[in-house]
Design a protein around this ligand. Structure first.
Ligand code: SF4
Ligand code: SF4
Length: 375
């Protein structure tokens, strides 16, 4: 297997190879160590992107602050040190209905145990993040959708956030970048102008990532074609990165099962949108469940995290698989998921479990804890 280069910008399969202790514990004892926790605190969002993974969610729900506290403490107890605040929803809009706690309270809470805290938001006004909370963030990834809603580069306010910690993310429609059904203003020329303006106004910004819209592609080959069309944007600056994923990364999952949920769990509201904190196996299955949360991919409630991680470990030792989501699917994961962004990660985990230290010693890399998404 060829493992893609573990770039610092986004989730990449090779990153799991930087977490050697977690890999050894998994290989030796079947132990699942949550490395990065993804948390979608609220479903609220001002945008309505066609490519949103959770486009059909109920935008009125927000995970109860008490449940967020339970989730963060439980995962920290299990070893998690990375937190990614993300969506469905814009995390900056988070407000607990019971306590009125907001995103700054979530960052304060996370700061007690998590050394790498990042946030993905479409909000151009980062002044909502307090001074001390801004300092606690290792990275901010700005989704660039507001450029296509009439906002301009001068509307961006980083507030207390150091621009060296900020990256931009452009998701481009598939078929042609001039696609009119999605955004009339989007084409390579207008994209070029926006990127130039960002680089001029924020010369120290960490990166500008451009990526094809993966919600509309059929397979990895098609994705590679889209990548090719966008690739000339990377000539604008070494900071501009056109991300193509690649056929080997975006494909059907391993037939033999899935372990990703144990290492990168996703916490959000339940599929009933009742504000109850719920742990999902990953955040990317929604592309084949109607762009909404789905009970068939739930691992547990937040109150059951520690117990569930113990049960998953026992199950791995007993039968070789961590969970049997979607009813009967346990070892033939190709029946559960059509396309998986974590297929390579699963492949690495299977190899580590099968070959142990021999595999880990020859494949491990050093981890960068200031990384964008630690796995
Ligand atoms: S900004 Fe993000 S959360 Fe909001 S609709 Fe777009 S993709 Fe979804
Ligand atoms: S898409 Fe399916 S196989 Fe891939 S990580 Fe999610 S649950 Fe596992």
């Amino acid at each position: 297997m060829t493992v893609s280069k573990p770039g610092f910008l986004t989730t990449r399969a090779g990153k799991i190879l930087g977490h050697v202790n977690a890999l050894r514990a998994f290989a030796r004892d079947g132990k699942l160590t949550p490395i990065t926790v993804q948390l979608a605190p609220t479903e609220a969002c001002e945008s309505r992107c066609t490519f949103c993974s959770y486009r059909n969610r109920n935008s009125r729900s927000a995970v109860r602050f008490g449940d967020i506290a339970v989730a963060l403490r439980s995962f920290a107890k299990l070893g998690a040190r990375g937190l990614e605040l993300t969506g469905g929803g814009n995390p900056l809009l988070y407000k607990c209905k019971n306590t009125s706690r907001g995103i700054n309270d979530v960052i304060d809470l996370a700061g007690e145990a998590y050394s790498t805290i990042g946030i993905i938001t479409n909000g151009f006004d980062l002044t909502k993040i307090g001074r001390s909370q801004s300092a606690a963030l290792s990275w901010v990834r700005l989704s660039a959708v507001k450029f296509f809603e009439g906002k301009a580069v001068q509307d961006i306010n980083f507030g207390h956030v150091d621009q060296t910690r900020v990256g931009f993310n452009f998701v481009c429609p598939v078929g042609a970048v001039t696609s009119r059904d999605l955004r009339a203003t989007l084409n390579l020329d207008s994209l070029t102008e926006i990127i130039r303006a960002i680089l001029w106004r924020f010369p120290s910004v960490r990166f500008i990532r451009v990526v094809p819209d993966i919600s509309r592609v059929l397979n990895g080959e098609q994705l590679a074609m889209e990548h090719l069309k966008l690739s000339r944007l990377s000539e604008l600056s070494p900071r501009v990165f056109v991300d193509g994923f690649g056929a080997d990364e975006f494909r059907r999952p391993e037939s033999s099962g899935c372990f990703v949920g144990g290492f990168k769990p996703f916490v959000a509201s339940s599929p009933d949108y009742d504000d109850v904190g719920t742990v999902y196996v990953c955040c990317c299955y929604s592309h084949f469940t109607g762009q909404r949360y789905d009970w068939r991919y739930v691992l547990c409630r937040v109150s059951e995290i520690v117990e569930t991680w113990g049960e998953m470990q026992q199950r791995i030792v007993r039968v070789g698989s961590a969970y049997a989501l979607r009813g009967d699917v346990e070892t033939d994961w190709t029946r559960a998921c059509k396309l998986c962004l974590h297929a390579q990660t699963n492949e690495i985990l299977f190899q580590a479990r099968a070959q142990g230290d021999t595999y880990i010693d020859s494949h491990s890399v050093s981890a960068d804890t200031s990384d964008f998404a630690t796995i």
